[in-house]
Design a protein around this ligand. Structure first.
Ligand code: SOE
Length: 399
């Protein structure tokens, strides 16, 4: 018989099983590893098992990131009794299959963004989450930037009326990792694996952020997309030998390299979006500004502990944008961290994401963003693609 204390410790645990161990797997591992060491959580995440197809690589990832076991088939991961929550960090083409199977097996699910590769898949996932909710299971999409303290603070300020009636949302998310036409044809550049390009990868984040901060949804969009480099060397084909002979095998890029779109929000406010992997010099530049009739708020991920706020109700002579250093204990998430002024980074968003998911499971509430929210973002992405195909024709987003 087990010692009563051991039983209690077990009862308070939440076994996590994660599928995928690349960039997002590492980031999510950081979240699960740290959340209960910083926040007083009602349930303690236990990193039960990680899953990937390559046995050596997944074992190495388990050791590196602190997972107790490694699996090579996600079905085995889902079937484990010590896994109560499945965290899906795979490329988009497997999100729907894994997440739906996990929900049907009685597990909670956290799924990386974008929720799926198509609206149909996202609908099936949202249906599965709805059914699972009646059994007390929770499902959440990993739009981690919502968990940046300054973004969460901006949301509080918008909801508290600090910028008044919203007129504009202006967002850009820029990277430059594929500017070189010889950069290989990785999975993110193949539609059958990634669903779309900069649109789904970066655009999904900024659509979610714009709607989250505004507190309302897009009702229609007009878009342009472009694929600047239409074929690239196949991974592994671009070695020095191949370069000399000029014989590197190439394949077609089947996703967008950049997506630009405007949108109308339900209130009539206007929004503009730019998502690109071709913004030379911009590594992970996410900027957002909201303008209302009482003021404006601006955020730049490269200065993620800061928020710029302009109070338009103050006398003109001494008004202007001022910097809010978002490190006070009264700011979202920060009471648990360092003294004021010490600052957080990108990885903390994943710690906060893990914390919020665990807190919702323990409280029996629905975590946000839900799979419904992920589905709605997917509908916006589909409307953007439709509009771009018709050369920027205004395209409604189905409610
Ligand atoms: C793409 O380069 C990427 O890794 C996204 O997939 C992530 O969601 C984003 O946070 C950083 O950039």
């Amino acid at each position: 018989m087990e010692h009563p204390e051991a039983q209690q410790a077990e009862a308070q645990g939440l076994g996590i099983g994660m599928v995928g161990y690349a960039f997002m797997g590492a980031a999510h591992s950081q979240g699960w590893r740290t959340a209960a060491r910083v926040f007083d959580l009602p349930l303690r995440p236990a990193m039960a098992a990680i899953c990937g197809r390559d046995p050596d690589a997944v074992r190495a990832a388990a050791d590196k990131h602190g997972w107790a076991a490694a699996e090579t088939d996600w079905r085995d991961l889902i079937a484990r009794d010590d896994v109560q929550l499945v965290d899906v960090c795979t490329p988009g083409d497997s999100h729907a299959e894994i997440a739906i199977a996990a929900l049907e097996a009685g597990k909670h699910v956290l799924c990386e963004k974008p929720l799926a590769n198509s609206v149909a898949e996202a609908e099936a996932m949202a249906d599965a989450a709805r059914r699972a909710r009646t059994r007390g299971q929770r499902a959440m999409v990993g739009f981690n930037y919502r968990r940046t303290p300054a973004i969460a603070q901006a949301r509080r300020m918008v909801a508290g009326g600090r910028i008044g009636v919203l007129r504009h949302v202006r967002v850009t998310y820029l990277q430059d990792w594929i500017v070189d036409p010889e950069f290989p044809l990785v999975w993110r550049l193949r539609r059958e694996l990634a669903g779309s390009g900069a649109l789904g990868d970066l655009g999904a984040h900024i659509v979610d952020l714009a709607q989250y901060l505004a507190g309302e949804r897009l009702v229609g969009v007009s878009a342009l997309t472009e694929t600047f480099v239409r074929d690239r060397p196949l991974p592994g084909a671009a070695g020095p030998g191949a370069a000399h002979s000029g014989a590197a095998a190439r394949g077609p890029v089947t996703v967008d390299d950049a997506a630009l779109f405007t949108g109308r929000l339900a209130s009539g406010a206007l929004a503009s979006f730019e998502a690109s992997r071709f913004a030379a010099g911009r590594k992970n530049s996410l900027r957002i500004e909201l303008n209302g009739d009482h003021g404006s708020l601006a955020f730049d991920l490269e200065r993620l502990n800061e928020l710029s706020f302009h109070d338009h109700t103050a006398p003109a002579a001494d008004s202007g944008f001022r910097r809010i250093l978002v490190t006070e204990p009264d700011h979202p998430y920060l009471a648990a961290w360092w003294p004021p002024g010490h600052g957080l980074g990108y990885d903390h968003t994943f710690v906060h994401q893990a914390r919020d998911m665990v807190a919702a499971i323990a409280a029996g509430t629905d975590p946000e963003p839900s799979f419904e929210d992920g589905l709605q973002v997917q509908r916006v992405l589909a409307a953007v693609e439709d509009s771009a195909e018709k050369n920027c024709v205004y395209t409604p987003v189905p409610a």
